[in-house]
Design a protein around this ligand. Structure first.
Ligand SMILES: NC(=O)c1ccc[n+]([C@@H]2O[C@H](COP(=O)([O-])OP(=O)(O)OC[C@H]3O[C@@H](n4cnc5c(N)ncnc54)[C@H](O)[C@@H]3O)[C@@H](O)[C@H]2O)c1
Length: 242
């Protein structure tokens, strides 16, 4: 069953950071556009995925580059919703100290950089920030230790920013996707035993699709979630409660 979202965002300006591949960010961007929002996206690549070329205003952005992040914010006159989706991981490579540091820089510091850079616009709009964490925020991850640490920190940062910015009318929430079929999970999905084990343990009996994440994100950004801030919503087919 494909997710249908009935929330409307007709006057909203939305920026999805990390939506250049056919993954979760791109699905969120499409869902907001389908709901009437004006949507811009970014990614580390020079261009977005072929199916999204021409669909969204696109900026190539490295979230480890504070000057580039600040420049993009300075060029953005209005923003109602910021989605922080940019992240990296490399299964089995994250015990190397330099790479560990890089993963944390992209996933955690990158999230904080963009959040801070766009705070003036979010304050002006009484807007919403969504950070994308992971169920690895809660689980140990021996093959992805930097990723897990960074995502736990993203969930924790979400709480702190929610408290700090509530007086300005800015809501800050996170989502924690489970196992989702995207390029990021492509390497782990080459292992058939892993693919089968995930599906077998997941109460819903399958891997998630990027669209499964988009509708809950739109809910969190809608007025229906107007009393929600600082939360981290699990979207994992029940994997984390088994
Ligand atoms: N796929 C999963 O199973 C899964 C599970 C839980 C959480 N997540 C999270 O969901 C989000 C989207 O993941 P996805 O699976 O769609 O991955 P993806 O690899 O398809 O997309 C990642 C995005 O991050 C961008 N990015 C990477 N490095 C960057 C950098 N230095 N600066 C700016 N942008 C950079 C990429 O360009 C891309 O647009 C990530 O935060 C990821 O950690 C994914």
């Amino acid at each position: 069953m494909s997710a249908t979202c009935h929330f409307r965002f007709d006057q909203a300006r939305v920026l999805v950071v990390g939506a250049s591949r056919a993954g979760i960010g791109a699905a969120i961007a499409r869902a907001f556009q389908d709901a009437g929002a004006s949507v811009a996206i970014t990614g580390a690549e020079p261009a977005p995925a072929p199916q999204d070329q021409g669909r969204f205003a696109y900026t190539q952005l490295d979230v480890t580059d504070l000057v580039a992040v600040t420049d993009l914010a300075a060029r953005t006159d209005r923003l109602d919703i910021l989605i922080n989706c940019a992240a990296i991981t490399a299964r089995g490579e994250e015990m190397a100290p330099a790479f560990f540091e890089h993963v944390v820089n992209v996933n955690l510091h990158g999230t904080f950089r963009t959040a801070q850079a766009f705070l003036p616009q979010l304050k002006a709009a009484k807007g919403v920030l969504i950070n994308v964490a992971s169920m690895y925020a809660s689980f140990g991850s021996p093959r992805n230790p930097a990723y897990g640490a960074s995502k736990a920190a993203v969930a924790q940062l979400t709480k702190s920013l929610a408290i700090a910015w509530a007086p300005d009318g800015v809501r800050v929430n996170a989502v924690a996707p489970g196992f989702i079929v995207t390029e990021q999970s492509a390497r782990s999905r080459t292992d058939p035993a892993h693919v089968a084990a995930v599906a077998a343990r997941t109460p819903m009996g399958r891997w998630g699709q990027p669209e499964d994440i988009a509708a809950p994100v739109l809910f969190l950004c809608s007025d229906a979630a107007g009393f929600m801030t600082g939360t981290c919503l699990a979207i994992d087919g029940g994997y984390s409660v088994v």
